[in-house]
Design a protein around this ligand. Sequence first.
Ligand code: ACO
Length: 335
Amino acid sequence: MTQPPAGRGVRIVGTGSSVPDQTLSNADLEKILDTSDEWIQQRTGIKTRRVVDKAAGGGTIGLACNSLASAVANTQTDPKDLELVICASVTQEMHCPSAACRAAHHVGATNAAAFDLGAACSGFVYGLNIADTLLRQGRYKKIAVIGSDAMSTVLDYSERSVSILFGDASGAVILESVEDPSLGCIYQSMGADASNWQCLYLPTRQVDVPEVDKDNPIALGNLRMNGREVFKFAVKKFLAVIEDAVEQSGVNIDDISQLICHQSNLRIIESAREKLGLEKERVYVNIDRVGNSSAGSIPLCLDEMNQAGKIKKGEKVLFVAFGGGLTWASSLWQL
Ligand code: ACO
């Protein structure tokens, strides 16, 4: 989609987030896996991550409830004004009811429709794009978009190649329809290609496991990943999605104040940043502290940036994500 639809615009009212208290550092992983802090930092940029206390009932739904509650409180939104709650996730403990339904109920959003969206790590940006489109039409006045994933609950910690990468987090944004059409998402793109789906998947039945992966030692119910394949895809796609957004929108890359990208792996982010010639200050990074939290990654970055005063009225920011599916998405915003 090259042009924002005519009509109304969209404003980011505010943000919230939630991360578990418990940390899982590289030193902790060294105790249970044949790995090292040095290897993990060199290959991923990660030092530590947050993980839910699964035994105590922690998980994706709880994180989603908390991040929405935090966004509602930070913005002093009357939860009854929310008309729709979208929650992007791939790790919900229950698929029915949705995590979005539970989060809406948790904050008292009794007038809101609610649904979950599954596009793996791209899910939050998919949600932003959908919400912006609905708000511009004027059919909805206020929408909350959440990204929430408790990746630690779908990792096999006896296997070192996947489990070192991920952590748990949730973030939420409240969006509002406004009169000025120049505000909000000025360019968006979303894509999917399942021709290589088996390089990142979460099987629960042996029958779904492709022949090439039948000897994978990771137990069913846990995430499986061909790191090298995903890495190649991510480096290429990340750059292509940004270049597409710049070309199609006609916005000069120098006029984008912040790139808010999925925290997949520091090497992937750095490779795109260097190829685009962007200064470090324009590409937010928190993967060192929280790991890759899938759909929770971008909204957590957004909330941290917002609380730090980095989300400024009048500026342009570009959200970029890619993930399982394989899927990808961009969303260029005029704040
Ligand atoms: N500690 C120590 N050694 C390890 C570990 C570990 N945790 N994991 C693998 N190794 C070893 C391997 O066994 C291999 O050894 P060998 O050469 O003797 O066979 C060696 O290290 C290299 O393994 P690779 O898998 O090639 O390592 P690579 O450099 O590709 O790094 C990684 C692995 C970090 C997973 C990388 O491929 C990656 O980040 N890929 C992208 C993953 C990603 O971004 N996924 C998420 C995107 S989408 C989403 O967020 C859901």
